[in-house]
Structure formats: C-alpha cells, structure tokens
Design a protein around this ligand. Structure first.
Ligand code: ZN
Ligand code: ZN
Length: 462
C-alpha cells in the first residue's frame, strides 16, 4: 500500500501554509470531509504534526531544514516552534490566521457558550439551534484561497461555530438541537465576540365563545383619534372598551411571561353578533415567551375568569406556525352556521316562511361587496354557497332563522338585500323590510374539516 493520496494532501497543505498562515481550524476545514467525528482544529493539528515529522525525517537524512517547519511555526503551532528550537533553526514571528484572524478558538467558543447558557437559563425551551454570522471579508478570503488551491473537500466556516458551541449548550441545559422548528435560534458572531438570541413565538389554539354583544374580536379604536383619546371617546381612545383578543391574550401574556401577543381568529363576526356552540377557532401567538411548558387548563381558567361570562375559551392546545398558516388559508372557506332573529316591518305568514326555506335550499348567492364594508374591501361580486335555511316564527313579525353558508357570505345582507346588491335575498322574497337583525354564530367549521372539503372540491368529488 502506498500513501500517494496522503502525500497529495500534505503537499497541498504545505503550499497553503507557505502562502498564508492558517490556524488549526482554518487549515483542518479545507480537508474537513476526509474524516468524520472530529473537529476541524483536530484535523488541522494532525496535518501540522505530519508536516513537522516529515520535515524532521528529511533533516535527519540530509541535514537540511525544510522551510515548511518555519511556516507551521509561524501559525503559532507550539510543537513546530519547539522542534525548530531543538534543531537550532530560526524561530519566525507568529502571525494571525489569514482567514479568521484568530477568531476561531476553543477558548472563545467556550466563553461565548457560557455567556449564552447564562442568558438562556432565563427561558424555558424545548429545543434550539446555533447559527453563525460570518463577515463578508472572511468569506472572500476563504473563497479566494479555495479557488487558488483547488480545494474541494472543505466545509462551511459556519459549521465550525455551530459544532463547537452547540454541544456545550446542549450539555449544560439538557436541551436538544432541532433544525426544523427550534424554540430558540442562537446567532453567534465569533468575529465580534457576540451573539443574539432569537426566541421564537409560541402558538396556542382553541375555540372562543362570545356570549354577549358589542365586543369586537380585536381592539376597536376611536375613529376620531385612533387611540390617543379625545372628547368623542371620553378620552378612552376606544370605540368599545374591550375585545376578545385582549380577554384571551392578556392572561396568556402574563402566564407565559411573553413580550406581546397576536390573536388570529378563524374569520370574525360582526361586533354585535354572538358566538355560541363549539365556538370560533383561534390561534394565539405569544412573542418572546419565557415560559413554554404551562398547564393549559390553568390558562383556560385564567382566561375564563378574565372573560367573566362574556367571553369563554375551550379546547386549548399547543399549536404551531404551520397550523396558523392552515387557519389563515382555510378559515375563509370554512362553513359557518348562524342564528338570526329578525323583526320585520309587517306580519309574516307560515306560508311565506316555507317559501323562503324552499327557495334557499342549497343555492349559490351572488353578493356584491356590502356598502357597509366598501371602505375596507374591493367592490366585486362574490358567489357563495348557502347550504340550508330554516325559519321559525317566534312572534307576529319576528322570525328565527338558522342558516348554514360557505365562509365569506355576509348574512345581514342576505337578510336585508343591501339595496339589491345581494341576490336572492330574504327581504325581497317576503316583500318585508327587516327592522332589527340579531345575529349569532352557532358554529364555525374547524380548519381540518374545511381542509377535507377543499381537497374534495379540488379533486371534483362530491
Ligand atoms: Zn483561522
Ligand atoms: Zn377618540
């Protein structure tokens, strides 16, 4: 067996060191994929040892002192310096690593890791990952060196940082590394000897019920002062004093010691509509939480105490960004069931109601953007399916409707017709004007069920 491949490696390493001093990490990294299970600094040291031993062997045989010994000593590699001393050679001045300028060092990695561990102790976390920032000039020097010496076995400099710091954190905190959805991303910059923690948000899903009217889903600011406070809003800055978002979010913010939160509802009801039944699905996003492992039944209790019988949540579970995407994508198409108690301007007969039920069985409603939302929404015609409508007379002029529709159909306009912008509509069919509409959401289809429907729709099945 000959060792010509090893000779090639050593010759290349000697040429590189002749051109530039490289630290153990930066030399080893150029040959990284020749060995597994070791740090690049160990690989760099192995190569430097081989170069020294070869030089000494040459010296024994010929009496010459090969220059490579000086080049290795110039990198600050102690065994090379000692060997040169023993052989009576001239000791060169130590020069910093050409690529990293000395930033890669075990001592610095350890020190940074300790500082990171200290700060991370303030957070509950289930996983983390280490990323590295590398300045452009460092990359440029390495790229140029790799092109010049035709290096194909190298590794990214980021790996040196992640591999050196990650295991220390893992061991000290007993938390695993996860690449897909880590709770915390540690961004390390060994070049400025600093780091940054990116604490990823936490997601909690559940259902809310709104048992009273006049609570908007999210804070509704005064339209005159936009929250600053003015005469019109009695200096509260608000149109309504509370919101579902705050009733749910504030207790969670405290319990999880988060910095802020964002409430994502699966659609929203009118401010004067109730939500009963299972409730409306939502996902609460908690930003920069210190706690992650909280018993959600305690949270549910805290929220429901805060809601004081006006807003209630149930079915709380830990969720994810993926589920949030699903919620946003699918809630517009999820079906809703409403109960509407409507008072008309004249008597309604049972016959009228049977006609309405007949007419509104599994039809497509054409709806131009309602006038009341025109300011916020583009003016266009939407086609929405209405699955069924049940009507029950509960007074001379009062009717209770139960209506199941595809998501996105404006139910008030289905009832009053919105000046002919919604067709067909109940008011027109009854030839009566509604005077009062009391709307309640009794069911919102969960995103998962909506997803199944969407798949069926797309594959053309019924
Ligand atoms: Zn280096
Ligand atoms: Zn105001």
């Amino acid at each position: 067996m000959t060792f010509e491949k090893l000779v090639e490696v050593l010759e290349k390493a000697a040429k590189i060191l002749e051109a530039h001093p490289l630290c153990d990490f930066c030399l080893g990294r150029q040959f990284s994929s020749l060995c597994y299970g070791a740090g690049n600094d160990e690989k760099g040291r192995a190569i430097k040892f081989c170069l020294i031993m070869h030089a000494v062997a040459v010296h024994r045989e010929t009496g010459d002192l090969p220059d490579v010994l000086k080049h290795v000593a110039a990198t600050g590699f102690k065994p090379a310096v000692k060997t040169l001393q023993m052989l009576g050679g001239e000791i060169p001045e130590e020069r910093p690593c050409y690529i990293c300028e000395g930033a890669l060092s075990r001592a610095r990695f350890r020190d940074l890791a300790e500082r990171i561990v200290e700060e991370l102790r303030e957070y509950e976390l289930g996983s983390f990952v280490v990323g590295a920032r590398v300045p452009a000039d460092v990359r440029e020097r390495e790229d140029e060196l790799r092109a010049r010496f035709q290096i194909e076995l190298g590794e990214d400099i980021k790996e040196d940082v992640a591999r050196s710091i990650g295991p220390i954190i893992q061991k000290r905190l007993g938390v695993p590394v996860e690449y897909q959805n880590p709770d915390v991303v540690v961004l390390v910059d060994v070049f400025s000897n600093d780091y940054e923690l990116q604490i990823n948000p936490l997601f909690i899903k559940g259902y809310y019920r709104k048992l009273v009217k006049d609570i908007p889903q999210t804070p509704w600011y005064c339209r005159y002062c936009w929250g600053r406070g003015c005469e019109k809003c009695n200096y509260t800055g608000r149109e309504y004093p509370e919101s579902v978002s705050e009733i749910v979010g504030e207790p969670a913010l405290k319990i999880f010691e988060a910095v802020s939160y964002k409430f994502h509802g699966a659609g929203r009801e009118d401010v004067d509509a109730r939500v009963v039944g299972t409730g409306r699905p939502f996902i609460l996003e908690l930003k920069h939480p210190r706690k992650r492992f909280v018993d959600l039944s305690a949270l549910e209790k805290a929220i429901n105490e805060n809601g004081r019988g006006r807003v209630e949540v149930s079915g709380l579970e830990y969720s994810s960004r993926r589920e949030l995407r699903l919620l946003k994508e699918l809630s517009p198409i999820a079906s809703k069931t409403y109960e509407a108690v409507v008072e008309f301007d004249g008597e309604i007969s049972e016959d009228d109601l049977r006609r309405v039920e007949e007419k509104f069985r599994d039809i497509v409603v054409e709806q131009r953007t309602p006038r009341r939302v025109l300011k916020r929404r583009a003016d266009k015609v939407r086609q929405k399916r209405l699955y069924y409508l049940e009507a029950e007379k509960i007074g001379e002029r009062t009717v209770k409707f139960r209506i199941k529709t595809q998501g996105g159909l404006y139910v008030k306009e289905l009832i009053d017709g919105d000046g002919g912008r919604t067709k067909p509509n109940i008011a027109e069919l009854l030839a009566r004007k509604p005077i009062k509409i009391d709307l309640t959401v009794v069911e919102v289809e969960a995103p998962k069920a909506a997803a199944r429907e969407k798949v069926l729709e797309e594959s053309g099945e019924d």
